[in-house]
Design a protein around this ligand. Structure first.
Ligand SMILES: [Fe+2]
Length: 261
């Protein structure tokens, strides 16, 4: 794994060592304060260049174009909210998506299946254990965003998201978020409406290629602004669950990938 991950800086290969525990604690403090943590320089430059060369080819030929209009909730309606409420404003999201079954034995899959990766994330997230997914499509996805493409405002369904930025665009493609815009008990529709009509200013998180990011997005609104320039924004998304054997439904696979197997 040394050839893929900077294990000197981030000793994921030495669970429960002093330096491993210190890293876990540091990540937990960042999560509490910012709702995310970043490990810059996590993925090594050479490994990244190789992965990107391979993925650029796949993205140009074999990717599913995932484009849709949606509101921040990914739901048609919300009980108690009139249809024209600004919190239900719709936006466009568009990218090209590659699934795990298209990646062969890529370095991205090697990292995903490395047991110490899940072990580290579980420790940071204070879970007994985290499992990789069984779903042959959804386990790991790579998304490419070209000129004009964006991931628009949304709340996540899952408690946390694990991503690795593989290539930053020339400009645009910025990660923006508004921490704890709602809570499990308060949907704060007015606050959501304010954000979507530019009356609340989100924070921006600049990310460098090679940075591992863990983000808690259930109640923190977030988006990626439209990419501009000739270089795609390329990002890998790793899915981990507390229960083993987790798979998407056929309906979910159709929606995300345009196929079921
Ligand atoms: Fe998200």
């Amino acid at each position: 794994m040394q050839d893929l991950v900077d294990l000197v800086r981030y000793p994921l290969d030495q669970p429960n060592s002093k330096s491993w525990s210190a890293l876990v604690q540091c990540c937990q403090a960042d999560l509490t304060r910012d709702g995310m943590f970043n490990l810059p320089g996590f993925f090594r430059r050479t490994a990244m260049d190789q992965a990107v060369a391979h993925l650029v080819q796949l993205l140009s030929k074999n990717a599913f174009v995932h484009a849709r209009r949606h509101n921040i909730y990914f739901k048609k309606s919300i009980e108690g909210l009139p249809e024209d409420h600004p919190a239900l404003t719709e936006f466009e999201t568009s990218n090209r998506t590659i699934c795990a079954d298209q990646m062969d034995q890529s370095t991205i899959l090697r990292l995903y299946e490395w047991p110490q990766f899940a072990r580290f994330l579980a420790a940071v997230m204070e879970k007994d254990v985290l499992h990789t997914m069984d779903d042959p499509l959804a386990r790991v996805n790579v998304m490419g965003y070209s000129q004009g493409q964006a991931l628009n405002w949304h709340f996540d369904r899952s408690e946390f998201t694990t991503t690795l930025l593989l290539q930053a665009p020339e400009s645009g493609g910025a990660f923006e978020y508004y921490k704890d815009l709602r809570s499990d008990t308060d949907p704060n529709y007015e606050g959501v409406a304010q954000l979507l009509t530019d009356r609340l200013a989100p924070k921006q998180m600049p990310l460098e290629a090679g940075t591992l990011n863990i983000f808690k997005g259930k109640n923190t609104a977030h988006r990626v602004t439209p990419v501009s320039g000739n270089r795609d924004r390329i990002i890998a998304v790793f899915s981990f669950y507390e229960r083993s054997g987790f798979q998407f439904s056929d309906e979910e696979r159709m929606g995300f990938y345009g196929r079921v197997s």
